[in-house]
Design a binder for this molecule. Structure first.
Ligand code: WT7
Length: 654
């Protein structure tokens, strides 16, 4: 039957397009196709040129790429230091007084840190790490809130050639045990406590508890953030404020090989055991800088803000290495977006005249749910460009973002990538490509992606399939820490010679990619393979809906039936007629096959700490199964609430 030939069915059509304004194009960094053309003609030559343009090399490389599938080496023979590229060279060029970070603490304290000050602090911290006994190649775990010391510690590791391994400060002691054990980190940098929504989170206490279960000796360097009480191991713990300020502000950067390890980062994942993703020095830095520069259309006076946490790859690449490599002024914020009120982000945008804002769809949908009055209170006229990352952005959220935050004119760049890719892969060059709400547009110059069917054949325009990357790229992961077999198996075994991303997408007639979510989440309804993203977009396009997740429930008749979990915007009431209206709405938007069998309202959805919806848990709830692993949940209460409601409040067509 023909339906099974399509890997994933594409049902949604979105026809709006938005060309960049004349005003935007006038100063845009890229205004013609030449980068695409050069990369198409000779990709290695293209990357070699970019590498010499963006990076200051201590020793030039002599080979661009060695590709022994699935292991790549880029810029062989080259030597460099990442912290030198992020700091020293800007200071040497006379930009020491330029602001690197406007930092905003959650309780209302703030700091302004110039490039010169950041360099001094990084050198002092690098010297402190050496004094503690950290050497080149050693692993250092960082378990810190979003305070300047986190960025400083990352760069201090890079300066002396130590490998950082950041663990998101919202994670528990158990997550810390696994990551410290797996990486073999010998030092943990943490803080007494973190601020979160006005409450104190006991980081040092979590760390103490974790280290009980770690088999090897781990020292600690502790930043004082709140001044809260902590226990102390006299022999092994040091205070940052005692050790660092007494160090000299000079520290020669260690010359690293292009392929030396820069960091490992564990993917939190919505499934399975975390993997320590390995990223090396030159290729990663290049991809961070190149993509940051061109996708965000960086100008000399750009004030840039990526609202992610450095615990995720987004923070690594787009708070630390991309912006600092490019010498840009950034905003960094410590706390929650709704503290003390739901307009916190907008008050920071107004205060610092932020011109580029990069955030996640889950945040955008929360802003929509909270209401337009919050951005409405502030002058957001400094915004010139908006970015999105982390999940498919549904067209309604895209439009809201552009209209309410971007004054109806700012380009919204949807950027598709993964922890594994190191940097952005599919995204618009905003001065060049007309945008379509919900599409990440095309692979960047130098990046080669395809959408294929089960057999690995490119699908026709308009059809859905699996996303693969057909050539190596500089920022690609170099493997999984300690597990080459898993690396091969996970990414390189499904389609020979290609990297399997695990995402579904459709490509349209213009070659634009429309990402449709993880392929593990695809549903099979009466032989039709339907993507979560499209169904959820259809639900969110109804004015009452703030956020939605769809999952399959086993069904004797259709194989799987669609269950929708829906969060309403403020001001709408949960009731049976609305559920019926939503089913009809989906039917009219994308067809009867896609109508949810039932709709369950929920005050929130189960999400990972990075804001991704955990459909796996919703599937368990829908099928009345025992729940799988819930340790990565941001708010475990939501799952309990949903289980309690499962039998009473599902508005069903049955
Ligand atoms: C997965 C990677 C990339 C940094 C943050 C997440 C999903 C990410 C998009 C996007 C649709 C997206 C994919 C991807 N994803 N960006 N613009 N459109 N989906 O990194 O935790 O490694 O997650 O996030 O499913 O595979 P990550």
């Amino acid at each position: 039957m023909s339906v099974s030939a399509a890997a994933i069915e594409a049902l949604m059509q979105e026809h709006r397009t938005f060309a960049p304004s004349e005003d935007f194009v006038r100063s845009a960094r890229v205004r013609d196709n030449s980068l695409y053309e050069q990369a198409e003609q000779d990709a290695e030559q293209f990357w070699a040129e970019q590498a010499r343009h963006y990076i200051s090399w201590a020793t030039d490389f002599d080979q661009v790429l060695e590709w022994k599938l699935p292991f790549a080496k880029w810029f062989l023979g080259g030597r460099l230091n990442v912290s030198y590229n992020c700091l020293d060279r800007h200071v040497q060029a006379g930009r020491g007084d330029k602001v690197a970070f406007f930092w905003e603490g959650e309780p209302g304290d703030s700091r302004v840190i110039t490039y010169q000050e950041l360099l001094d602090e990084v050198c002092r911290t690098a010297n402190a790490l050496k004094q503690i006994g950290v050497r080149k190649g050693d692993r250092v775990a960082l378990y810190l809130p979003m305070i300047p010391e986190l960025v400083v510690s990352m760069l201090a590791c890079a300066r002396i050639g130590a490998v950082h391994c950041v663990v998101f400060a919202g994670f528990s002691a158990e997550a810390l045990v696994d990551r410290i054990t797996d990486s073999g980190a010998t030092l943990l940098v943490t803080a007494d406590e973190a601020w979160r929504r006005g409450k104190k989170v006991p980081l040092k206490q979590n760390a103490d508890r974790a280290l009980v279960d770690v088999k090897h000796e781990v020292k600690m360097l502790v930043v004082r953030r709140t001044g809260g009480e902590v226990e102390w191991r006299q022999e092994l713990d040091s205070w940052y404020h005692e050790l660092v300020p007494q160090q000299p502000p000079l520290c020669d950067p260690e010359l690293m090989d292009s392929e030396d390890l820069l960091f490992t980062l564990y993917t939190s994942g919505t499934t399975a055991k975390p993997k320590g993703i390995k990223h090396t020095t030159a290729g990663y830095l290049l991809q961070a800088m190149y993509t940051h520069d061109l996708v965000f259309d960086i100008q000399p006076d750009t004030v840039y803000w990526c609202s992610a946490d450095c615990g995720w790859v987004t923070g690594h690449t787009y708070i630390v290495y991309g912006p600092l490599g490019n010498g840009v002024t950034s905003v960094m914020y410590e706390g929650a977006p709704d503290f003390p009120e739901q307009d916190r982000l907008w008050s920071i945008v107004e205060k610092h005249r932020v011109s580029v804002l990069y955030t996640a769809p889950t945040a955008i949908r929360a802003f929509m749910k909270w209401g337009d009055q919050f951005p409405g209170r502030h002058d957001l006229s400094s915004i010139r460009l908006l970015g999105s990352v982390g999940e498919p952005i549904n067209p309604e959220a895209w439009m809201w973002y552009r209209d309410k935050i971007g004054a109806g004119v700012a380009p919204v760049v949807d950027t598709w990538w993964q922890t594994e890719t190191g940097g952005i892969m599919v995204a618009p060059l905003p001065g060049l490509l007309p945008l379509k709400p919900g599409s990440a547009t095309r692979p960047l110059p130098g990046i080669f992606a395809d959408v294929v069917d089960e057999a690995g054949k490119s699908v026709a325009p308009g059809q859905g399939g699996y996303v693969v990357l057909t050539r190596p790229w500089p920022g690609m992961l170099r493997g999984i820490w300690g597990d080459d077999d898993r690396y091969r198996e996970t990414y390189w075994s499904r389609y020979p010679g290609c990297y399997f991303a695990g995402d579904g997408a459709r490509r349209d007639e213009d070659g634009y990619f429309w990402f449709m979510g993880r392929v593990d989440d695809v549903m099979n309804v009466s032989g039709h393979r339907l993507s979560t993203a499209e169904l959820e977009s259809a639900l969110v396009s109804h004015p009452a809906v703030a956020e939605a997740a769809v999952v399959p429930r086993e069904d004797a008749l259709t194989g799987q039936a669609i269950i929708a979990y829906v969060t309403l915007r403020s001001g709408f009431r949960e009731r049976a007629e609305l559920a019926e209206e939503l089913r009809a709405h989906v039917g009219s938007q994308i067809g009867a096959i896609a109508k949810p069998r039932s709709v369950a309202f929920t005050p929130d959805l189960p999400k990972t700490r990075s804001g991704k919806i955990m459909r796996r848990l919703l599937r368990d709830i829908a099928d009345d199964r025992k729940l799988g692993d819930t340790t990565t949940l941001a708010d475990p209460e939501i799952v309990k609430e949903l289980q309690a409601r499962a039998h009473e409040e599902r508005y069903s067509s049955e």
